[in-house]
Structure formats: C-alpha cells, structure tokens
Design a protein around this ligand. Sequence first.
Ligand SMILES: [Zn+2]
Length: 339
Amino acid sequence: MKSRRRPYSEQRPIDVGGGVWSVPVPIPGNPLGYTLVYAIESPAGPVLVDAGWNHPEAWLALRDGLAAVGMDVREVRGVVVTHFHPDHAGLAGQVREESGAWVAMHEADAALVKLMWSFGEGAQRDLQADMLRRAGAAKVEVEEVTAERPRPPAPPDRTLHDGDLVDLPGRALRAIWTPGHTPGHICLHLEDTGRLFTGDHVLPAITPHIGLYPYDRSDVDPLSDFLDSLAKVADLGELEALPAHEWIFQDTAARATEIRTHHEEKLVRLTALLAEAGEPLTIWETAGRMSWNRPWEELPAMLRGMAAGEAAAHLRTLEVRGVIRRVPGVDPVHYALHS
Ligand SMILES: [Zn+2]
C-alpha cells in the first residue's frame, strides 16, 4: 500500500464511481505534489470538495481536469472546503468568480480567514516573530521563518456546523467536524455511497501537521482535539476514504486508529525525552531533541517553525494531562516533568 505514491505527472482525472470524479491539482514546488479535488455530480451542477492551490498552473489543471470528465467549471454549483489551508481553499475564490458558486467552510476556519484579512501584512509578521521569540528561537531563525507568507484564501459565503447537510440537491453530503489539523477542519460523509472525503484528517500513509500557534498558548489543545476527531471518524465505521492527498483507500476506521496510536507513542517518547533532559526545556529546545524526518540541524527554517509547532502541540497535551508543567516566571516558557 505504501508503494502507491506517484508523482503529479502520473496523476490523471478519474471517475471514482457513484457520480464522483477526482481531479489532481498540482501544488507547485511542494513535496506533497498535488491536491485531489473531488467533483460530485448533482442535477443542479457539480459541487467540489476543495479547490487546490492558488497558482495559474493549478487553475489550468483544475479547469482542464473538470473538462476532461465532462464538467464545465462555469457550471460548478458550490465549493465546500475541508479547511482553510492554501492547498485546499486557495482556488475557491477563482471558481466562485468563474461560476458564481457558493464557497462553504466550517465556521471556525471561516473565523480564522476573517481574522487573517483583518490583519495587515506587517501586523501578521510581527505576531509571528513574537511567537517564535517566546518559544526560544534564535533571532536569525525568527527572520527566516517570517520572510515568506502566502495570501489568505477568499472568505466563504456560507459556514457549516457539525452535522449540517451540504447544499447538494438529490444527494446526502454531511459535514463531520474534525478539529485538530485546523480548528474548523471537516470531513464530508457522502451518505448515499458510504464514503468519506477526509481532507487532511485521515491520509493513507502520512499524517497531517498538528501544531499549536502561538506555541506557548494555554487556552486550546489541538492534539487532543485531533485524537478525539480520529475517534469520531472511527465511530462512523468502515468507510472508503477519499483523501485530499496521496490516494483513495479502504477503511477509514482502521487508519484513524493507527494514527491515534502513532501520536500516543510520540507522547510517551516525549515524556521520556523530558525525563532524560533532567532540566526544564524551551519549546525550541524540545523540538531540537525530537526526531524528525531529517536531523534538526538540516531542517530549513520554515520546517523548523512547523516542527516547533508540532512539539508545542504535544507538550500542551502532556500539560493538559498533568504529565508536565510550565516553570513559573521564566521567559521564554520552559517545560518540566511534574514531580
Ligand atoms: Zn492542510
């Protein structure tokens, strides 16, 4: 199963049956390669699940890919976005301009998009720089991470809540709120065919990024949310997964359980790491001692920033579970085992 990774150049739009088509849309310059945009047929025009990265090449792939399966982008009725990230929501605005389609996302992600537009470019950079500094990043790392920021996606016209049916006449497509990867991530259950559009929540071989931003906040716990959302999806039973990356696979429940185990094991290793350190660590120091897909020293600044977010999310869950604590009165924040 893990050998099914193929580059974008080998991807084609395909009829996946049951009135659903998958259209690969490239993510230029990104190792993920492509987003799988799904088009669901309805008597009132197709509805898309996600839209792809906002880039001229991606736009052509979406438009031509839909045409290849007999659909006209100008007839798209709506775009339901699994979450606000640029490789999913990026092109939704352009589809809306071409077709007059509605764009829908969960209210929690819609609120984030609104917040992004309300900040000026400079204010966003200052906030990010401050967050990095408080996590213990070096000055040069702060400068590198904040250098490049993508444009926020187009604001949606409609917001969805857990359990809502998407406006797709003649079919039953239900929003399942699965916070974790983002606060408003949704999976979409196509109840008339027993399939689940999983977005980034459940992918066949990789796991989505679960980060805490700002790194030291103490009002949320996205990893626990994610673990709960995996249990929620597993409770839906054995469904065919139509994910936004990689490939279609069987049995969402089994994969969701496997991903939960992966994070629980990571929490155990992180606890051991803090015990071995024998002294309180900053979030940045913790991230530097965790294992990533390449050595910390070789990670580019942008990926270090994400790794620190992932470390912070795991630290926060351990804190909520009462395993570790923040050392009071120290800046930047240091974590230590509960004695
Ligand atoms: Zn994502």
